[in-house]
Structures are given as C-alpha cells and as structure tokens.
Design a protein around this ligand. Structure first.
Ligand code: ZN
Length: 244
C-alpha cells in the first residue's frame, strides 16, 4: 500500500447490507482481504448501525473504494446498511434495492467524523461514491451510498459537533453475499473482476461496453477499452443470508 500525500475529499459509501445486519470493520476487512484478495479493508472508516465508528485501513494510506484517481486523495467512510431488507426477484434471483435506511446514530456519527477529518486535513469536499462518476464524466455505475450526500449536508447543522470516540472493531461473524460478480476476459489473457450490487449489473455492463473496464486494486489503475473485452461472465448471488 502507498502512503497518501494529499487529502481533498471524504467519500461516503454504504456496505450494501440490509438494515438488520450490523456489519463492522472486521467483517468488511474479511470480505476485502479474503473475498477480493486485497491487502486490507478498502475504507478508512466504518460506521456501524448503532453509530459506532470503527477504524479500517490506516488513515494515512491510499484506500481502495472509489477508483485510484479518487483513492489517492480521499478518505473513504462506509456506512452499514443501504439496501432493502425485503428482496425481490429479478431474472429468477432475489435481489435487494438501494435504500436510505441509515440510523440517526449513524448520521450523527458521520457528521462528527466529517468535522474531525476537516480539522485534520482542512476543508474536505464531502461527496457520495455515486457522485464521483458524474465528476469523472462517466455514467453513474453505482447507487452507493444510497442517499443524496449534498442534500444531507445542506440539511445538517455542523456547528455543535463534538469529536468522535473510536472503538476497536468487533467481529460480528455475519456473512453477506449480496453482490454480483462480473468477470471481463481480455484478449491478452488477463481478466478483470468487478463486484457490484445485483441491481447495478446492467448499468455496469453497458458502461463497460461503451467506455471500458476500470481495474483498481488499490495501488494500480488500469482502463481496458471495450474492444479488448473477449468474454463476459456474470455470477449473480443466491438469496442473501440475513443478519439477526
Ligand atoms: Zn461505494
């Protein structure tokens, strides 16, 4: 991993987990390290359902959460939640849709974290993951974090925020499999695997076919043009196991 030299943005994400699942940093680290094969959890911070703020990747390191052109100059914050509890059937599979279902405690913790990061780095631009696409001139590939960050910021009074308290992450032992996997095989023999919310598969495919495939492993950033794509395989998840 590389040390981040500049910090201009705070990018908000969601875990794309249903509201009943109180996922934390330890579990997301497990998904990213053992599931994705990354060196560490992609986000610098995770906010649990009860508003507990947990440390993820070391704060001064380049993260892996929004494409390298954003990761090298931002901190990533992941909010547990962001998809519906209920599932619906799409092409024979059960999927969950994006939903703003975060708790008041999470929004309060997020506000405090923003104030603290502002004090550490100066005035940060606070945006949602989905906002990065428009800023890059790309079609919006993701709904993450499932709420309008600009509208939330405008509605929030930041004048009385205190500093956050940090707590060690606890492994909650729960699993989420609410992601679809798209494998793009390139003519060169290499392949790129993208993990997306099941509702984002079609948008991801059409964006890939028009603009190309972005590969980001945290340190490297590669764009494969559409004509290099030889084969595409989509692996949709079976119904997600739920938390308690
Ligand atoms: Zn995200």
């Amino acid at each position: 991993m590389a040390r981040r030299k500049t910090t201009t943005h705070l990018i908000i994400h969601c875990a794309a987990t249903p509201p009943s699942m109180d996922v934390g940093a330890a579990k997301i680290r497990d998904w990213h390290v053992n599931g994705n094969g990354w060196s560490d959890i992609g986000y610098q911070w995770v906010i649990r359902r009860d508003g507990t703020v947990e440390k993820g990747r070391a704060i001064d390191q380049v993260g892996a959460h929004a494409g390298y052109n954003w990761n090298y100059r931002s901190v990533g914050v992941c909010m547990a939640g962001g998809v519906t509890q209920a599932t619906r059937r799409v092409n024979g599979r059960l999927v969950r849709d994006p939903e703003d279902n975060f708790t008041q405690a999470q929004f309060d913790a997020l506000a405090k974290l923003i104030v603290e990061m502002d004090e550490k780095y100066g005035d940060l631009e606070v945006i949602g993951h989905r906002d990065t696409y428009a800023l890059d001139g790309l079609p919006q590939l993701k709904a993450c974090p499932s709420f309008d960050v600009a509208a939330w910021l405008a509605s929030r009074d930041f004048s009385e925020e205190a500093s956050i308290t940090e707590e060690a992450p606890a492994d909650d032992g729960k699993m989420a499999v609410n992601t679809a996997e798209i494998v793009f095989e390139m003519g060169s023999g290499s392949s790129v695997t993208m993990t997306v919310h099941p509702t984002e598969v079609n948008a991801t495919l059409s964006a890939a076919m028009s603009g190309g495939v972005r590969k980001d492993n945290g340190d490297d950033y590669v764009l494969y043009p559409p004509h290099r794509i030889q084969r595409v395989t989509v692996d949709m998840p079976a119904v997600t196991s739920q938390g308690e």
